[in-house]
Design a protein around this ligand. Structure first.
Ligand SMILES: *Cc1c(COP(=O)(O)O)cnc(C)c1O
Length: 408
């Protein structure tokens, strides 16, 4: 069927920085999506770990509609009740004493990095500005955050990058011991590297990073934009490590699909962000905060979080079974509902192709780099949908292998 707005329209009028799939989804409910032609898909992608409660969760539609009829936006010239309530919740539920609201993950990290620099310069000295980050890390797409991120291809070609940023191999304790010094203002890490391919930080590495940060008066920043809000079966991934950060950033799942980000920090650190140091027009708007507040109420629930762990096992069992049959993956890893399947040597670079076959078979999946298939579905995806989606993934794997034997 020909549609007036279609994939060709994208090429005609949109900046070519994305390469979206051929189908255009028009409706979602729970973990199902329908495209323009009424074809349905099981959603294992979750909007890249964003649709934490699936599509159009009735409770979220309710608070969104209610707030839409009350107050959408004010600016930070005045505060508002939903923002105050959400900040209170985040402080009660985590290590944090103070919250700053942004509209995206990158903005939350931008705030965290600026704060870390400002705190060190105010409290110690102007030359305490080194930021330590890790190879392949992903922290967003603003210029500061791509510079701190560990994938040079994202920061190259835009002129001079900000100085004072060091990149070390991830999970390498010795490299960190060697690089950190009194010039370090912050160490930033993802508790599980997401875009890099679902690579968990070693517990020993996290603990040692905390010790070294204490020793050198550097701040430890956890980027929990992908791992936060229930994704790993804890409200935040740090909660299973026994290590508390000084600053934590959260976004993606926080709004359940509504754009919002937040930076959480201790009282001590927050003091550096005096009036005028940083800000955002939309950050902390009542509409976004009201929705995030309900998301947190629903997600920070022992049953829901235990359900994430149960679903993790369903995925792992199903994926193991598929792999026993088709032998595509050398490793299947992750926590909770953030799972990565590493393609084995024979199929390097072909994750995207497998994703397209999955879509053709009726299941939406993600990739994390060229060699990893990634799943980040709704935290409450019904078990039946998991089974159906995995069945379809199995069909996709057969098709993927089939096209390859034909070519050979
Ligand atoms: C997605 C992501 C970001 C960037 O978030 P945006 O909302 O796209 O700006 C930063 N850090 C991590 C770990 C992410 O997964």
């Amino acid at each position: 069927m020909a549609h007036e707005l279609n994939r060709h329209t994208f090429d005609a009028v949109m900046v070519p920085n994305y390469a979206p799939g051929a189908v255009i989804p028009v409706r979602g409910e729970g973990s199902h999506i329908w495209d323009q032609d009424g074809r349905s898909y099981i959603d294992f992608a979750g909007g890249i770990a964003v649709n934490s409660l699936g599509h159009c969760h009735p409770e979220l539609v309710k608070v969104l509609t209610d707030q839409a009829n009350k107050l959408w936006h004010l600016s930070n010239v005045w505060t508002n009740e939903p923002a105050l309530k959400l900040a209170q919740q985040l402080c009660q539920m985590t290590f944090a004493d103070k919250v700053y609201f942004a509209n995206s993950g990158a903005e939350a990290n931008e705030a965290a990095l600026k704060l870390a620099r400002r705190y060190a310069v105010d409290k110690y000295s102007a030359d305490k500005h080194q930021i330590i980050a890790f190879d392949n890390a992903f922290h967003g797409r603003t210029f500061f955050t791509v510079s701190v991120g560990g994938q040079p291809k994202y920061s190259e070609g835009f002129g001079p990058v900000p100085e004072g940023i060091s990149h070390l191999p991830f999970n390498d304790i010795q490299a960190l011991e060697k690089a950190i010094s009194h010039h370090t203002c912050a160490v930033i890490m993802e508790p599980i590297q997401g875009e890099a391919g679902i690579l968990p930080a070693d517990p020993d590495f996290i603990r040692r990073a905390r010790e070294l940060c204490n020793q050198y008066n550097a701040l430890l920043i956890f980027d929990e934009i992908q791992t936060g809000v229930g994704r790993t079966g804890e409200l935040y991934a740090y909660m299973r490590t026994g290590v508390k950060p000084d600053i934590l950033t959260t976004a993606k799942a926080l709004g359940g699909g509504f754009p919002i980000g937040a930076m959480l920090c201790t009282d001590e650190v927050a003091q550096a962000m005096v009036v005028g140091t940083h800000g955002s027009t939309y950050g902390g708007n009542p509409l976004g905060c009201r929705i995030a507040s309900r998301v947190l109420e629903l997600v920070n629930d022992r049953d829901l979080l235990d359900g994430v762990r149960e679903r993790h096992l369903m995925f792992m069992d199903g994926l193991d079974e598929l792999n026993d049959r088709h032998h595509l993956f050398s490793d299947i890893r992750g926590h909770g509902l953030l799972i990565g399947c590493q393609l084995n040597d024979q199929w390097q670079g072909q994750a995207r192709d497998l994703l397209v076959h999955a879509q053709d078979a009726g299941v939406m999946v993600l990739i994390a780099g060229p060699n990893v298939l990634r799943f980040a579905p709704s935290l409450i995806i019904p078990p039946d949908d998991i089974h159906t989606g995995l069945e379809r993934l199995g069909q996709a794997m057969v098709q993927f292998l089939h096209t390859r034997t034909e070519e050979a």
